[in-house]
Design a protein around this ligand. Structure first.
Ligand code: AVJ
Length: 341
């Protein structure tokens, strides 16, 4: 056995991005900026600058989700390892895989861990975390899937054993209710009877706490929000002046979601050259840039069951700010309860 050759063989990375990402930006802009109520999907926030700003958001005192989620993970990782016996961790939107280590540690200690499958659009992050992780966990295989988890779930390789599909951070909240259920159904298709979904969701709470989390005192979230205009300027030769827009974050109590918007400070028209599109803004007109749904246990269970999933564990932090849920295919649950009753 040659450990050096081994370390290389332990990493495989498949890329499924072939310009489709850029195409989806153009389509989303053409679609979203010509609607009566202007809108852009939040996935375009995350260019290099956007990713850096999001990392800074995660350090903000107001933005509690990462800390709450990590506290739950620290508290429950061993239990999760025991409940799942997972040989494999598939992580959707893995990023720098910072939180992943807590889970990998627990699976490694339980002696079941064989493979990590990060799914992310940013190849450089997948590559560097693959290198670090294969060194930290001898024998670990990493099979990276470079792609958009909304379009490339089908490219996740067949499981090597019981699997956890992790979708952390509360990103499921970015989907509006209908597509959320559709996406959960697609995830459910990755789950065989012995597999589990581990999902992070932010919880409904005092609107002031929620709004502060999306409108921090230092203005980092405002800068993150406006950065999407820079993405359009660079990628689509648009001529937005980010200073023409105010950052708005508000909790919609009826829908139980946070909305982020950019509100035009003055009437103006912007040209998006690559699309030959001119976009008019009235003074005060708003462009919706993100929804971030907040959950109650009832809402989450409704979504899971609509996707053919059933809750196995509901885990929360001491302040009940955030939840991690473990679920599995509902068919399995039916079979299991028939069997025992
Ligand atoms: C990465 C989607 C979970 O909705 O809380 C943070 C993104 N936006 N601050 C969230 C975000 C503004 C974040 N997610």
């Amino acid at each position: 056995m040659e450990p050096i050759a081994n370390a290389d063989a332990a990493i495989r990375i498949d890329s499924h991005l072939d310009g489709t990402h850029e195409r989806s930006l153009a389509e989303d802009v053409l679609d979203g900026l010509t609607r009566p109520f202007k809108e852009l999907p939040p996935k375009h926030f995350y260019d290099a600058r956007g990713a850096e700003l999001f990392d800074r958001i995660c350090e903000l005192p107001e933005y509690y989700p990462p800390r709450a989620e990590r506290a739950i993970l620290n508290e429950s990782a061993a239990e999760l390892a025991e409940l799942t016996n997972a040989a494999e961790l598939v992580e959707l939107g893995s990023g720098t895989a910072a939180k992943t280590r807590v889970l990998l540690d627990a699976l490694h200690e339980a002696g079941t861990l064989r493979r990590y499958v990060p799914v992310d659009v940013t190849e450089s992050m997948v590559r560097s975390s693959a290198e670090a992780l294969t060194e930290e966990y001898p024998g670990l295989q990493v099979h990276g899937v470079i792609g958009d988890f909304e379009r490339h779930l089908g490219r996740v390789p067949p499981a090597v054993g019981p699997r956890i599909v992790a979708f952390l951070g509360g990103t499921i909240g970015n989907f509006p209710p209908g597509s959320r259920r559709r996406f959960l159904r697609e995830i459910a298709r990755l789950l065989s009877p012995e597999d589990h979904l581990l999902m992070g969701t932010d919880l409904v709470k005092d609107p002031q706490v929620l709004e502060a989390a999306y409108d921090d005192a230092q203005g980092v979230t405002a800068e993150f929000n406006r950065n999407v205009l820079q993405v359009l300027n660079r990628e689509l030769e648009a001529d937005f002046d980010p200073e023409d827009f105010d950052h708005v974050a508000l909790f919609d109590r009826e829908h139980e979601w946070i909305e982020m918007r950019l509100r035009a400070r003055r009437e103006h028209t912007t040209l998006v050259r690559a699309l030959d599109l001119s976009v008019h803004f009235d003074a005060g007109e708003e462009l919706r840039t993100e929804i971030s749904a907040k959950f109650t246990p009832e809402r989450l269970e409704g979504d899971l069951s609509a996707a053919g999933l059933e809750l196995v564990r509901w885990l929360t932090d001491p302040d009940e700010l955030f939840a991690l849920t473990l679920s599995r295919s509902a068919d399995v649950a039916a079979v299991a309860s028939n069997g025992s009753g």
